[in-house]
Design a protein around this ligand. Structure first.
Ligand code: N01
Length: 554
């Protein structure tokens, strides 16, 4: 990192860069690679001890990606995608982290990254078109441009249970898992939460623990992943087709190749035909494949009911105790409106003698005690508690930084009623600050690595355009932002997504505004919109110089 040092008006030393990137996960790393290519002096800062973002923190047992490994990777370097060998159909966390480390080494990225450094605050100096950020270990840093690659699921959340500090055993959050791992052998374990993290870790913890109690507040839909060692032939074919497949992936609603769009409504076919189709998808494994069985599963409740009931029946057929099966069978949201989970032996795990499902909806958790967990009905004693309780998703990481844009606008105030952005890329009153996979972009509804590449490529083109036109500032117009927020909401309202109390809706955090946050109009459509806006000279954005902006009163 070849930073230049200077001294601010405050007398404190300032490290100056051409661009600052916050976050060294898959988004931040690619942004660093591309911005370096522009000849910029870039500083990357991350609170973690190394690269990897979500794959650095989430080390819980069973952690694995739910996108197939041949697709869940960078597309920007054909050499990279040809040389890397994925051992399994779905990558494990250690394997994906190894891959991200390989990318960091292969492209010599580490030298511009400062780890163990949290960005605490940032403010924009409109007179000089300069962002100045305060960090906890690297002092003050500044740059004309800031790229926030802070992740969508990077703010782990332990609910505010009374008495947590009194617990005499050990407790863990899946998103902050100890690097040395945890051995639950012979322990009495309680796990709270049955989202993707809970569902992936429960079967493995159950095999180790003396007894595992699962506290479930909301049952979730999960499908068998059908994970297996990657077939050599499949891998070879995929690699031979990579260039076309990646091109095709950018033109799909979710950034993943290989899923032909469905043509029929679930309601157009007979019940027998439908069940045969769902059965084939169930056997194949994979959430996109299942939800792509018909073209209306996420927009028509009656169509969705057929798929939801199919999976409920699978749960009933798998779990021997029918009372437990009924509790596990989700009834309060349509399938797919919360992240559809992929598992290995999740429902089967409830047939074990050492696993007990606790209904934390009818008897909510009241407190953590010195010995375990107390619900409104009973007390449970544990040696260890695992919180698989999720994240302050999409907005949490950015709101944790005290960001102030032009005229002192605080992000916390701007987003008080929910996130507002243009394309999930920029926010009005926050000039020269870009977000990678920000709220109101496809983000978590697309293959995240491709989504990060698409955003970064757009930003790099934008910076190139600015340089060639002698511009130093870009900001989104308020009207364009309002239009995008409206468009985002309108698209979500046309789907079944708002029917679920999901983290997509901010519903998992008490007091968080209930707004559907990811863009669900399709990654392909979104990318076309971004490209069109760029082609029209960044329509909806104002490009200027410091002097021009001052003359316009900005
Ligand atoms: O978190 P979640 P997650 N009392 O928010 C429960 C991605 N991911 O870490 O639904 C009792 O989904 C909560 O209950 P409820 C993926 O996108 C991907 O599992 O709010 N329970 C819920 O059951 C995923 O969607 C992968 O009623 C409480 C659970 O905790 C996202 O990350 C793997 C509670 C939280 O589930 C988040 O998944 C892992 C309380 N007070 C994660 N508070 C893969 O790629 C919360 N809960 C496979």
């Amino acid at each position: 990192m070849s930073q230049q040092s200077n001294t601010a008006a405050t007398g404190k030393p300032v490290s100056e860069f051409d661009a600052i990137i916050v976050g060294a996960g898959v988004g931040g790393l690619y942004a660093l690679h591309r911005l370096r290519g522009l000849g910029l002096n870039v500083g990357v800062f991350d609170a973690a001890g190394d690269v990897g973002g979500t794959w650095y923190w989430n080390r819980y047992p069973g952690c694995r990606c739910d996108v197939e490994s041949m697709e869940y990777s960078y597309s920007f370097s054909n050499e990279l995608q040809q040389e890397w060998k994925w051992p399994e159909r779905y990558g494990t966390q250690p394997e994906i982290l190894r891959y991200v480390n390989h990318v960091a080494d292969r492209f010599d990225l580490r030298r511009d990254i400062r780890f163990n450094t949290r960005v605490l605050s940032g403010s924009f100096d409109a007179a000089n078109d300069l962002w100045t950020l305060e960090t906890d270990t690297q002092g003050t840093i500044s740059a004309p441009f800031c790229i926030m690659a802070t992740g969508n699921l990077s703010t782990p959340r332990v609910p505010d249970f009374a008495g947590l500090e009194s617990f005499q055993g050990k407790w863990y959050h899946t998103g902050l898992w100890p690097h040395e791992g945890v051995d639950f052998t012979g322990l009495r374990v309680g796990i709270v939460g049955t989202g993707s993290s809970g569902v992936q870790s429960i079967p493995i913890i159950a095999k180790q623990a003396k007894h595992l109690h699962v506290f479930q507040r909301t049952a979730n839909f999960s499908l068998p992943a059908r994970n297996a060692p990657l077939d050599g032939g499949v891998e070879q074919r995929h690699k031979a087709e990579y260039p076309e497949r990646r091109k095709a992936a950018f033109d799909t609603p979710f950034g993943i190749s290989g899923y032909p769009p469905p043509k029929n409504s679930a309601l157009e076919v007979s019940a027998e035909e439908r069940d045969a189709a769902y059965e084939a998808k169930w056997a194949e494994g994979g959430s996109i494949s299942f939800l792509y069985a018909y073209n209306d599963l996420l927009v028509n409740k009656e169509a969705n009911d057929t798929a939801s009931e199919f999976v409920r029946n699978k749960i009933r057929a798998t779990v021997r105790d029918q009372k437990v099966a009924e509790l596990l069978a989700p009834k309060n949201h349509p399938i797919g409106t919360k992240r559809l989970i992929l598992d290995t032996d999740y429902y089967e795990t409830y047939n074990r003698d050492n696993v007990t499902l606790v209904d934390a909806r009818s008897a909510p958790i009241e407190a953590i005690t010195a010995d375990g967990i107390r619900t409104t009905e009973a007390e449970y004693e544990f040696d260890a508690i695992v919180f698989a309780t999720g994240f302050d998703a999409m907005t949490g990481a950015l709101l944790d930084i005290d960001l102030r844009g032009s005229n002192g606008t605080r992000l916390k105030d701007k987003w008080a009623d929910g996130p507002r952005s243009n394309l999930g890329l920029m926010m009005a009153d926050f000039p020269n600050m870009f977000m990678i996979t920000g709220p109101q972009s496809p983000s978590v509804k697309a293959q995240m690595i491709l989504a990060c590449e698409q955003h970064t490529d757009w930003i790099v083109d934008c910076l190139t355009h600015m340089k060639s036109h002698g511009m130093t500032r870009i900001q989104t117009d308020k009207a364009a932002e309002d239009g995008w927020v409206h468009h985002n909401n309108e698209i979500a309202e046309g789907t079944l997504y708002p029917l679920a109390n999901s983290w997509y809706m901010g519903a998992n955090i008490p007091g968080k505004p209930k707004i559907f946050m990811p863009y669900v109009g399709g990654f392909d459509r979104y990318k076309r919109t971004c490209d069109e806006i760029a082609a029209k000279g960044y329509e909806g954005f104002t490009l200027s110089t410091t002097e021009l902006a001052a003359a316009a009163g900005d």
